[in-house]
Design a protein around this ligand. Sequence first.
Ligand code: GDP
Ligand code: MG
Length: 622
Amino acid sequence: MYLLTFTFYIANFDFMNYLDVINEQSRIRNFSIIAHIDHGKSTLSDRLLQITNAISERDFHNQMLDSMDIEQERGITIKTQNATIFYESKDGEKFALNLLDTPGHVDFSYEVSRALMACEGVLLVIDASQGVEAQTIANMYMALEHDLEIIPVLNKIDLPSADVDNVNLQIEHDLGLDSEMSVPVSAKEGIGIEDLLEAIIKYCPKPKGDSKAPLKALIFDAKFDPYRGVHVFIRVFDGSISPGDEILFMQTGKVHKVEEVGILQIKQVPTKELSTGMVGYVIANVKGLEDTKIGDTITLSDNPCETELPGFKEVKPFVFCSIFPAEGDDYKLLTDSLNKLKLNDASLIYQPESSLALGFGYRCGFLGLLHLEIIQERLEREFNLDIVTTAPSVEYIFVLTSGDEIMVNNPINYPEPTKIKDAKEPFVDVNIITPEEYVGNVMQVVIDRRGIQKHINYLDNKRVQLDYEIPLAEIVYDFQDKIKSVSRGYASFDYHFLEYRKSDLVKVDILVNKKKVDALSMIMHREKSQIKSRAVVEKLKDNIPRHMFQIPIQASINGSIIARENVKALRKNVTAKCYGGDISRKRKLLEKQKKGKKRMRQIGEVEIPQEAFMSILKTDIE
Ligand code: GDP
Ligand code: MG
């Protein structure tokens, strides 16, 4: 197997010449590409891969590293991907450049921070027609936190609206970086790519580490493979790792024998070893998912290193929701799928729960709403599951009359109202950058969402930076869409957790045909409860099909009804209307009903389709 892959590779590419390079610390560079979303990270990765022959013309397609279907379709990067690029510099020296592509959306900053721990430098890509945006700044701070060399890259210089001089000023002024180092490129047209590679070699430090010391490698990612066990992706900090080594996973205490190591070039390419400074994969017959912990340190079992690597900061989920199988029988499949997803996405958190309405499922924690959507989509696509998701919630604190404090992220656990002394909700710092003409619009959105203004700062004569304190619950729904739509897509934002603050919270229950549907309950600010409840019952009315009887849909707080709609009773002769008409229309209707059936939930006498549960997820209250 090893030999086969190896020969195949030589045929394609002058691989032999480069084999020594990956064993030579001074010829290795590890870097990440970070940027605000859409500034061109993935396109730039494509170019880097192409110019260095890491990928043949025949196999090439756009956004090469975005390997998941969802990533390709949405044009966004969710997972960090890595690839080893071989490059011969202008001075005729050969280098192995390990590139780690990262996601740009704020929800995935955990992915970014993991990639950064495996690097010495970053390319901070800035769209030369857009300039510095909120995530550019946030990403830069993250790179600084990890003590990385930052190389500014001005992308999209082919655009007529590109303003290289002005963006260089922003690099100096907004970011405090040296614009002398910045490299102008067009990822799309392939302009300036060689200069960029030279800059990487020049500015990105070579990896530190002691090749003679016992193996010390960081697991920064993993992937499940049903045939060969878990593939772990590592960065070697000290020593080296080869097939045959007995390795110890320091945190889990598990010992495994290495079967194969190698580098990533879209495909996995086996090598003899991974030496100090390298990034690559290890296959060691690791069957149990629980054995592999992202952030764990790998060492040799008979010659272990003394201390573990610091690993990763514990992730804090921001948004929670419950996921149930659309069909109860699929509970085991859901469990299995979540276990596998967890391996590939360490930021996912879940624990079993049960609902009267929906049966057994999981309460899950996410880094943000986009993260939630992605997980939901991956469960459906990659694992072929039909799922029902409940409305997202943040985590609240309740101080009880007994003096106890409890954290509640699931409306099911809302305490007895008479026992609540105080309620607190999480606040975040929001940092928004917008062109001046949209400041008014953007402010209105933030004020509608209970935002408290902190600072206004003119970055230059065109762009304004706004700082607000805002309840997290107000931005998890559709804040991103709103900010974008009122600014024609130009405003951008970033947020950080601030603190818990006292708040007037209520639990809104939803009753369908007088029966409380526990999975539809929501915790929210009292001020918003009326308007939100009305929107929700209206949405439900539109999404619950008519039955033979009238169905009242009500929202209540603590037993008193605050909103109501009715799903009217079905007129008995309604199907008769189809007779004599278009027969295919009727068949279509029946087929649709049959398909819909599967995703129905029986609550008392009423069948509620999955879409009804989903619809309140997207309830717009403005
Ligand atoms: P990412 O979100 O940072 O990964 O950005 P993408 O690589 O997905 O690029 C976002 C959009 O910008 C895509 O439509 C690209 O085709 C476009 N784009 C990327 N680089 C360039 C460039 O150099 N010039 C132009 N004109 N468009 C570019
Ligand atoms: Mg991308």
